[in-house]
Design a binder for this molecule. Structure first.
Ligand SMILES: C[S@@+](CC[C@H](N)C(=O)[O-])C[C@H]1O[C@@H](n2cnc3c(N)ncnc32)[C@H](O)[C@@H]1O
Length: 278
């Protein structure tokens, strides 16, 4: 049967990965300056200062660029709390989280996966930097057959997987394919946990005009009507994850998300963090 031409369609969303990389450099995440770029700053800084200007009249929408800080920070804090032996970040884009984590935890193994163009862009920028031996960067397409099949399962491995800013760019059929691939990979590795963020439509709609403008920009970048691809609410995402092979999925409550002083935590967020496990 013909496979969907995934590598032709999805790399378009990697452009926003340049913006988030510059956001992380701006917010001072470890090694994030390695992936800061003129292209990323040209996307992130107008958004960031536009949000600041908007904040007095529309605090929720005006906090958008700060949510890039919080989302990244919460993913990293979650990974840390899991104390994994093996961490897989899929669609890692220009994140340096894995490099920093592997550096600090030499007994574990971290693998970043992405599509070929993004992996090549990362490799070009990483040339000249010393990387920890327990860190690996690999090409991996979540929507292709046999994702992660080269990974050998080792007994008693505490495995985690995460996708930050990836699956909401996929339509429902693609989300199912991606989540099934992650659930079956974790299951083959002996079980594990998966973290993702979901922007449910009922959360997005509270941002009114600002959300409509953002989706217009994202439609131009990705070539897709992203709003219509979103889950209606968090319950729909949880039911889909469980249908794709996860034994349990739940929204992480705010009490489980740590606080930090560097940026104001947004009172209203467009996304929820969901932890699923097999
Ligand atoms: C919007 S970027 C997010 C990157 C990074 N996680 C972040 O938060 O900035 C989406 C990333 O997913 C990758 N991607 C898209 N489709 C993919 C697929 N089918 N398999 C693996 N990675 C994919 C893109 O190449 C891109 O790097």
């Amino acid at each position: 049967m013909a496979q969907p031409d995934t590598t032709a369609g999805n790399p378009r969303v990697s452009l926003t990965g340049y913006a988030t990389a510059s956001a992380w450099a701006h917010f001072g995440f470890d090694y994030a300056d390695w992936f800061d770029s003129r292209r990323g700053r040209a996307l992130f800084l107008p958004l960031h200062y536009g949000c600041r200007a908007l904040r007095p009249i529309a605090p929720a929408a005006g906090a958008f660029s700060e949510t890039l800080y919080w989302r990244h920070r919460w993913f990293s804090a979650w990974a840390h709390a899991q104390a994994p032996d093996l961490a897989l970040e899929i669609g890692a884009g220009l994140s340096t989280r894995g490099i920093a984590y592997a550096q600090a935890h030499p007994r574990m193994r971290w693998i970043d996966y992405d599509l070929p163009d993004m992996v090549a862009a990362r490799r070009a920028r990483l040339a000249g930097h010393a990387l920890p031996d327990n860190y690996q960067l690999d090409v991996g397409d979540l929507l292709a057959d046999g994702f992660g099949e080269k990974l050998a399962s080792t007994p008693d491995t505490r495995a985690i997987a995460m996708t930050e800013g990836v699956t909401d760019y996929l339509d429902h059929a693609e989300k199912r394919r991606a989540w099934t691939a992650i659930a079956s990979l974790l299951s083959r590795l002996g079980g594990g946990r998966y973290l993702l963020e979901v922007h449910p439509r009922d959360h997005i709609d509270q941002f009114g005009m600002a959300a409509r403008l953002m989706f217009d920009v994202l439609r131009r970048i990705s070539g897709r009507d992203l709003r219509n691809q979103l889950c209606v609410n968090a319950d729909e995402a949880i039911a889909m994850l469980e249908d794709c092979g996860f034994s349990r999925a739940r929204v992480l409550p705010d009490a489980e998300l740590d606080a930090a002083a560097e940026a104001p935590a947004p009172a209203q967020r467009a996304f929820v963090l969901i932890e699923a496990q097999v």
